[in-house]
Design a binder for this molecule. Structure first.
Ligand SMILES: [Fe+2]
Ligand SMILES: [Fe+2]
Length: 303
């Protein structure tokens, strides 16, 4: 019988739990955060260890003021690129609901999540304005790849892409909001985002696990390839090379320094560790896609 389907019951139970949690802990960033307060002298806009150039020879040549400026521009890049990610995620989620029963908890939760992402994107955009940097964008190629992904992606591909963007940023934000060296506004933004994204991650993980158990073989193969490509695009998009020029560095030299940095490589792999373990467990990282995953810098190279 329709209502007794185990997958449906399980799906609905998760949705009801997430809807209850959303009713309890949702934030309006416009009211929750003090947007008029000036930035605090001497505080980082993003933890230094999470900056792309931290601990590189180039970093050691930079003065304190230039390092602080880099933190402002990298924080703004993450916020602006975050809006790009979320614009894609919102479309993927809306597409996911297209064929489903609008009265189900599963769809009501998807719509709740889209509402969360609307508030987040407005919050990130407002933060960029406040930080006074350019509105950083992904490269033209990555913007086009994003356009293709959000148009042709299948359901498992959509939830894989969602998790990729959400879990990597979540890992960084969990280190940021408790950090007392960091600007109050950054801490407030990352705290709100961590609380609300925990639900999104739960929803996407559980749905992806169900999808991987039932999707046809071609769809699983397709998802393995596209998700590995998405991992590459996401990891290279986080910091726009333009931030380096804005703080007076040579963008080519700075991009090369970040790419060659063992510290940065370690940060990127750590940020994706929980996620790649999960993807590996549900069978998403297999065969030729493993090579692309390694090239993304999000997975350790073989010993
Ligand atoms: Fe978000
Ligand atoms: Fe999210």
């Amino acid at each position: 019988m329709f209502a007794m389907d185990a997958t449906l019951t399980d799906r609905e139970k998760t949705a009801e739990r997430l809807l209850a949690a959303s009713a309890k802990h949702s934030f309006d960033p416009d009211k929750e955060l003090d947007w008029d307060a000036p930035f605090e002298e001497g505080r980082w806009f993003w933890p230094p260890e999470l900056l792309s150039l931290y601990d590189t020879p180039l970093w050691r040549r930079m003065g304190d003021e230039q390092r602080m400026e880099l933190s402002r521009h990298e924080a703004a890049s993450l916020c602006a690129i975050g809006v790009w990610f979320e614009t894609i995620l919102m479309q993927l989620l809306l597409r996911h609901t297209y064929d489903l029963d609008p009265t189900s908890g599963h769809v009501r939760y998807a719509l709740t999540e889209i509402a969360d992402e609307c508030r987040h994107s407005k919050m990130f955009a407002r933060a960029v304005t406040k930080m006074g940097t350019p509105a950083y964008r992904p490269s033209r190629l990555d913007r086009q790849l994003g356009r293709i992904l959000k148009t042709v992606s299948t359901t498992p591909g959509s939830f894989t892409g969602t998790l990729l963007a959400e879990e990597i940023l979540d890992w960084m934000q969990r280190l940021t909001f408790p950090d007392e060296r960091v600007q109050t506004l950054t801490r407030g933004i990352t705290r709100i985002h961590v609380v609300e994204e925990a639900r999104h991650i739960r929803y996407a993980r559980e749905e992806l696990r169900r999808q991987m158990a039932t999707a046809p073989r071609w769809e699983i193969e397709f998802t393995r390839l596209t998700s590995a490509q998405a991992a590459r695009v996401i990891s290279r998009s986080l910091i726009s090379p333009r931030v380096y020029a804005e703080v007076g560095l040579d963008p080519k030299e700075a991009v090369a320094a970040a790419l060659a940095s063992p510290h940065r490589q370690d940060v990127m792999r750590q940020s994706a560790k929980r996620l790649t373990d999960f993807f590996d467990e549900i069978g998403l990282i297999r065969g030729p896609s493993r090579r692309v995953w390694r090239a993304s810098g999000l997975m350790p190279l073989p010993a």
